[in-house]
Design a protein. Structure first.
Length: 286
């Protein structure tokens, strides 16, 4: 683990969604699609797992996309260019397994689009025809469309309210793409909220389409020691941090995953209240 990782760029991509470009040369030397890092903003801060959305080996930087949902992620999102993250540990997890299957579709919901972005690049490098489906509640929540457009053969933005692109859920657009049959879909990679990934898995199951989900369970150390990221896959206990975070979506017990994600909701609420109190008092939001 290193300390003092400078932020060389910081920008808002959507409401409460921030992109940080962080200097972390030790990560760029080894990372690949599907992997993540664990960061801390301050020495006594919470450890937050974040997908490596992009890496630049020549510059020694990685792109992290953070959604401000709790006290720690709000603290990270408040960081500006020239400031630093205390710790960046990684790369962690297993790289995405990919090959030339013909037509591969990556599906991202919200900040899950940060996961499918490097996957799309890797799949394209394998010679696939790559389609990207990304969703958001409204137009302003659809992220990385331009970046995915530079990689993929086709890009399909979706919004719940129809304010941009396809009106409806990403699963609705995926079903259209599958049933169109112009290019048979051979593999689907999904990342986003658990209900979305579960819906994607149930959609592709009857078609027999290989489907991969990038899971986001509670994680502390990222090395399999704490056991917080336990998930049931095919009836076996797996650790998302070392066995994943990607698994065969048709084998994942999404109900158990949902229950586990809610285990610390009261603690998160208490941390958020302390964060707000510090801000109100004019103190750093730690």
């Amino acid at each position: 683990m290193s300390t003092g990782h400078e932020i060389v760029a910081s920008q808002w991509l959507a409401p409460a969604v921030r992109r940080l470009v962080v200097r972390a040369p030790h990560v760029t030397r080894h990372c690949g699609p599907g992997q993540f890092v664990i960061v801390r903003a301050v020495p006594d801060g919470e450890r937050i797992p974040l997908t490596i959305a992009r890496s630049d080996r020549s510059a020694g930087t990685i792109d992290l996309i953070v959604q401000a949902v709790g006290a720690s992620t709000r603290q990270i999102c408040a960081l500006e260019k020239g400031q630093s993250l205390c710790d960046v540990a990684g790369p962690l997890g297993r790289k995405t397994e990919m090959e030339n299957v013909g037509h591969a579709v990556v599906v991202g919901g919200g900040v899950g689009t940060a996961v499918i972005y490097p996957q799309a690049a890797g799949l394209k490098a394998c010679g696939n025809y790559v389609s990207a489906i990304m969703g958001g509640r409204t137009r302003e929540y659809v992220i990385l469309e331009k970046e995915l457009g530079e990689i993929c053969d086709a890009v399909y933005p979706c919004t719940d309210d129809g304010s941009y692109g396809f009106k409806g859920f990403v699963t609705d657009r995926l079903k259209q793409l599958i049933e169109a049959g112009e290019r048979p879909v051979k593999a689907v990679f999904a990342a986003g909220p658990v209900p979305m990934m579960r819906a994607v898995a149930e959609l592709t199951r009857p078609y027999g389409i290989h489907t991969v989900a990038s899971l986001n369970p509670i994680m502390v150390d990222g090395t399999g020691m704490c056991g917080g990221c336990r998930v049931q896959v095919g009836g076996e206990m797996k650790f998302a941090c070392v066995d994943g975070p990607e698994f065969d979506a048709h084998q994942v017990d999404f109900r158990e995953l949902t229950d586990r994600l809610g285990a610390y909701r009261a603690h998160e609420q208490a941390a958020m209240e302390r964060h707000q109190c510090r801000l109100t008092a004019g103190l750093p939001g730690r």
